[in-house]
Ligand binder design. Sequence first.
Ligand code: CTP
Length: 399
Amino acid sequence: MSERCIVLGVSGGIAAYKAVELARRLTREGYRVKTVMTEHATRLVAPLTFESVTGQEVSVSLWKEPGKPMHHISLAREAELILVAPATANLIAKMASGIADDLLSTTLLAAECPVMVAPAMNAAMFRHPATRHNLEVLKKRGVEVLGPASGPLACGEEGEGRMLEAEELLEAVKRRLAIRMDMAGVRVLVTAGGTREPLDAVRFLGNRSTGKMGFALAEAASRRGAEVVLVSGPTWLDPPPGVTFIPVETAREMMEAVLSEADKAEAVIKAAAVADFAPVRVREGKIKKERAELLLELERTPDILAELGGRKRPGQVLVGFAAETEELLENAREKMRRKNLDMVVANDVSAEGCGFASDDNRATLLFPDGTCEELPRMSKKRLAEEIMDRVVGMLGRRE
Ligand code: CTP
């Protein structure tokens, strides 16, 4: 029997009955499941039901646990993960503002382990700007929000607000617990997004990069325990929790930020789409359309990755990307050699459904010894994990 302890928080939504099945499944998977219920939840399902399926005591009150004056602290420390299912709008609001007025909310405030919430509520309550805002706050803090799904709701209405099924929540827990802390203490520098090169006071030359790949890499490294610095061109994405974020605009600014951080990093991963050319001069004010033609004179920007390759210190791992539309592998191999890289992630940005702005990517990983791994199409988040696995391997720090 595994000693891995999960705290299952149950707040007062009708979906509490589904949490019984979840508690049963988690227990069957070998987890020690400690249920913490709110007072309201006990009106919907009896604590004894959870106690029976988990074989563990169920806690409700901050006060009524004889001999356990600091029960919230011991629960928070013992838990490898806390899952709140169902998480009502009220509980989510309390978490977002740090209110600790019962055992479950106090345990959540004391928690340092991963926390996941499975919202369950009426669709209008879920759509309410207050709930939206609270969930965003939680996400920014690293809380994983699971669902909700759409469908018939307990109130008789239809819409978004159904708690995910036990099966889906179980999978999410297993996935989260499978994340290894194999980058603890490693300093990683990641670049993301596209740069913008100003043309005049209001215009710039840019590219289609959204930053998704680089942000996924920063998030993956941070979740595995790395200290991450993320240097990114303009993007609408929120920096992942716990990551040091340095926003930049031009290739030159990115170069400065990267060079000042690179020496400290054991691994540098350059996912940014850096402009290769910038206008020779930036016009003051706005270019007027008085002429029929406008010729732009462009000059090469510094190649940041090549610069990093030139000054790579022993043991440092340098990973580059190669976005190509033709001769994928040959061009990528040539970039790896020219820029002194330890790995290059080659992707064919002309492939359908992959590349810029997409959630998916199809990549081939190339190494200096000539080996090459062709990966199937997968989400950028999944690809980020695959890349980190290789980086960990190269750093020789596998657990
Ligand atoms: N890169 C960089 N600085 C630049 C251009 C590119 O650091 N000025 C990095 C990118 O972050 C990426 C890698 O180099 O990791 C390859 O970028 P890519 O645009 O595919 O290739 P380039 O080296 O620019 O070559 P080309 O444009 O000839 O394909």
